[in-house]
Design a protein around this ligand. Structure first.
Ligand SMILES: [Zn+2]
Ligand SMILES: [Zn+2]
Length: 379
């Protein structure tokens, strides 16, 4: 490479035996002076900046410096050289704090990043399942709308093979600079190029199907495994099933919020299932057998003689499966004892005899109270 390159030591203005810290210090000083963002993108300083960065990249590397000292310029010294890689070692703020304080936004590395590297966005959807499905788990196929790679242009966005050209606004970098004048000097900020949306390329003949995006919205299907024991409002994540951001980016994720439909008469508390049964006071006193609905179907339960209102019948391990576990909670059945509000004459007589046998005072107080009220209205 007998190029017209200047000697690296000369470029940095350091002696051949200068130390690494000296080289570093000098480069820093020069970088501040020639960084393109300080010089409003002046072509001359950009070239200069590249030159000093290259010199620094070699001289700051022990191995490369020795090679250079011995052989001069050779190809393998800086293959694929990127001045940005050198500069990023110092950090953008490091150099610019000296000018503008630390409130400087953006960065050199961001400015030079070309193409859309972003990840597609995430998608949130809801899926509904029944109470029993939430107890035992269920597989569901859900449909949703998502940006997906265009099959017509294979995500390239162009209708034909050669159809792209470098963006003339940002010259392919995908970023544009704008200068603001402030009392402390010119502040240069970088932003995504609007002309090419940061891709650095302009599609001459956009794909008709996707309009040049490389992706479009379509209906997608995904099979979801809703695990046993899932709670209402729990979120499942399906990696990579969100929106596509184009061929050069990864897809976002799909988040599925599970909605568990209420089941009349059933309530979940932790991993337990709560329900209730109504029995009459005679059933409570004498005991009986009942059929109760459970997650596993109908089940016979026994009401013992003398069951009190509010008694809890516990069916062990008949509740919800603990999420990501095997153990099941209990099914707790609360017993409501219903007192009849309408009695036939015959029933009244029977109950009176029942009460008299137990020497309980009934009826009189109530009937005298009501007859008094009646009499009061008659007047
Ligand atoms: Zn397309
Ligand atoms: Zn552009």
């Amino acid at each position: 490479m007998a190029s017209g390159k200047r000697d690296y030591y000369e470029v940095l203005g350091v002696s051949r035996d200068s130390s690494l810290s000296e080289i570093k210090k000098t480069y820093r000083k020069l970088a501040r002076k020639y960084h393109p963002d300080v010089n409003n993108g002046d072509k001359g300083s950009e070239e200069k900046f590249k030159e000093i960065s290259e010199a620094y990249a070699v001289l700051s590397n022990e191995e490369k410096r020795r090679q250079y000292d011995q052989f001069g310029f050779s190809r393998n010294l800086f293959e694929n050289f990127d001045p940005n890689s050198v500069f990023s070692e110092f950090g953008f703020g490091d150099v610019f704090d000296a000018f503008f304080g630390s409130s400087f936004g953006g960065g050199f590395s961001a400015r030079h990043r070309s193409g859309r590297q972003s990840r597609g966005s995430d998608i949130n959807i809801d899926v509904t399942c029944t109470f029993k499905e939430s107890a035992f788990g269920v597989k569901k196929e859900v449909e949703y709308l998502a940006n997906d790679i265009c099959e017509v242009c294979s995500g390239k966005g162009s209708a034909d093979e050669k159809g792209t050209e470098t963006c003339s606004v940002c010259r392919g970098t995908g970023q544009v600079r704008s200068t603001r004048q402030t009392f402390i000097g010119n502040i240069i900020t970088t932003s995504t190029c609007k002309n090419c949306q940061g891709t650095g390329k302009i599609i001459k003949d956009p794909c008709k199907k996707c309009g040049g995006n490389g992706y479009y919205r379509k209906m997608k299907k995904v099979k979801v495994d809703i695990p046993a024991g899932i709670h209402d409002g729990d979120r499942l994540r399906v990696v990579g099933k969100g929106n596509s951001g184009g061929i050069r980016s990864t897809s976002g994720d799909l988040f599925i919020t599970v909605r568990v439909n209420a089941l009349h008469g059933f309530k979940r508390v932790g991993d337990d299932v709560i329900s209730s049964v109504d029995i009459s006071f005679a059933q409570a006193a004498l005991g009986c057998k009942l059929v109760a609905d459970t997650l596993d179907g109908e089940e016979e339960i026994i009401i013992k003689p003398g069951t009190q209102p509010g008694t809890k019948i516990i069916l062990r391990s008949r509740g919800m499966v603990h999420l990501n576990g095997y153990r099941r909670g209990d099914h707790i059945i609360g017993v409501n004892v219903k007192i009849p509000t309408k009695l036939t004459h015959e029933e009244v007589e029977l109950l009176k005899r029942f009460a008299e046998g137990r020497e309980e005072i009934t009826g009189d107080a109530a009937s005298s109270f009501f007859s008094n009220v009646k009499n009061a209205f008659k007047k």
